[in-house]
Structures are given as C-alpha cells and as structure tokens.
Design a protein around this ligand. Structure first.
Ligand code: CTP
Ligand code: MG
Length: 228
C-alpha cells in the first residue's frame, strides 16, 4: 500500500525575519516554532512519517527535545527550498506511488482539519494538489512609482499554501526538470509538466511566519487552540 509522508523543508535561514537563529527555532508558547508544525502533521492518522529536512550545518535542532512520534530527521537541506525538498525526497527513498505532503516548517498554525481535507480530496486524484485560499481582498498592481497602476480582478485568484501533495515519483521527476531557484512551490514544478493540480480550500490560520510581526498572531492562534 502507498505510504503517506509529510516532508517538511526546514533548512532556511529566516533572513526576512532577521532573528539570530532561524525562525523555525524561535520559542513559541514554550516550544520551538517548528515543533507545532511537526506535532500537527504527526497527529494526522493518515500520515505514516513526518520527515524534517534541516541544513547539514544546522546548529540548533539538537538543542531541543522534540519528543514526537513518526519523526525522521534528514540533514540534507540545500541552498533553496526546492533543493531541500529534492534532497529530502532522495534521502527518503520513497516508492514511486507514495504520497508526499510537502509543508513549510514556518506554517506552524496549520489546522489538522485542513490536512485531512486535502488528503480526502486527493484520494482518487491523478495528479495531486495543494491547500490554497481564494483571494479575499481587492487586488492592485503597482506601477514603478508605487502608485496604483491597475485594479486586477480577483476572480479565480488563489493564494497557494502548503501542504502540497503529490506522488513521490511524479514530484521527483517534476523537480528534476526545473532550475530550483525559479520554483517557490511544488505545484509550479508539476504545472510545468502540463498537469493541473487540484486547489483545495486551505485556512487563513495556515499563514507562513515570515516577519517578527507575524509571531503575535501565531501565539494567539496556538494559545486559543490549547485552551479548547
Ligand atoms: N527552506 C529550506 N531550505 C532553504 C530555504 C528555505 O528548507 N534553503 C524552508 C524554510 O525553512 C521554510 C520553508 O522552506 O520552512 C519556506 O521558506 P521561507 O518561509 O522563505 O523561509 P526562509 O527561506 O528561512 O526565510 P527567508 O526567505 O526570509 O530567508
Ligand atoms: Mg526563503
């Protein structure tokens, strides 16, 4: 039977966040930020393994007690996200038809229900797909002077999130065919093969911690969940 593996790239340096350690290791409600990400994925029954990809030069991972089921650690991260994912796939030696759910370590407020929705929606799907959200706001395109150049119709526009879920064989083939630095998500690599991943409704709580201002929201979401 095909296995289901969550692959979590966590080899970034968090340059936009600008903290002394990468953002995935910042303390958030008593745990490293990425602990919350990994714990949610591990709590999803359908997921067999949670594989985290860290940098070979990582100086932080071993300082924490992760204490999570299903966790495997791969010190094979690369210079960009797509490279970390590619190297992680190689290290895992998946079967062609295993499902891989690639999820950003920095999306630490991922609701388990959204992962379950993605898995259920793709059970019989030929290509795979991703969590995403329809754009809620009016969209403007700026001109070179920071003024409104145009209002763009938001009709049909979605914001891509993760997890992005594809068969391991197809994903490895798609990533091998592209320049890694041009690719910011797995779906774009699959699209370049002429395939059409399915958009599955994500969740506004599943945002990516990018700047220091994002931490307060993440803290509040996780605290509210703990209090339930
Ligand atoms: N990532 C990775 N390997 C890289 C770069 C990024 O595994 N070489 C991971 C990050 O750790 C993160 C996810 O990809 O979990 C999404 O990337 P992003 O939010 O851009 O994180 P960073 O690249 O660390 O942040 P920044 O772009 O601000 O430097
Ligand atoms: Mg980055």
């Amino acid at each position: 039977m095909a296995r289901m593996i969550a692959l979590v790239p966590a080899a970034g340096s968090g340059s936009r966040f600008g903290a002394p350690s990468p953002k995935q290791y910042l303390q958030l409600n008593g745990k490293p930020l990425m602990w919350h990400t990994l714990a949610t994925l591990a709590a999803v029954d359908a997921i067999d393994e949670v594989a985290v990809v860290i940098s070979p030069q990582d100086e932080w991972f071993d300082d924490f007690d992760w204490n999570l089921p299903k966790l495997s650690i791969h010190r094979v991260g690369g210079a960009c996200r797509a490279e970390s994912v590619t190297q992680g796939l190689q290290a895992l030696a998946c079967a062609e038809d295993d499902w891989v759910l690639v999820h950003d370590a920095a999306r630490c407020c991922l609701p388990a229900a959204a992962v379950e929705r993605l898995i259920a929606a793709l059970a019989q799907h030929q290509v795979g797909g991703l969590l995403a959200l329809p754009v809620p706001d009016t969209v403007k395109r700026a001109d070179s002077e920071g003024r409104v150049g145009a209002t763009v119709s938001r009709n049909g526009l979605w914001l891509a999130q993760t997890p992005q879920m594809f068969r391991a064989g197809l994903l490895a083939k798609a990533l091998a065919g592209v320049a890694a630095e041009d690719i910011t998500d797995e779906s774009s690599a699959i699209e370049r093969l002429g395939m059409k991943p399915l958009l599955v409704e994500g969740d506004a709580q599943n945002f990516k911690v990018t700047y220091p201002r994002d931490l307060a929201l993440a803290r509040a979401i996780l605290a509210a969940r703990d209090a339930e």
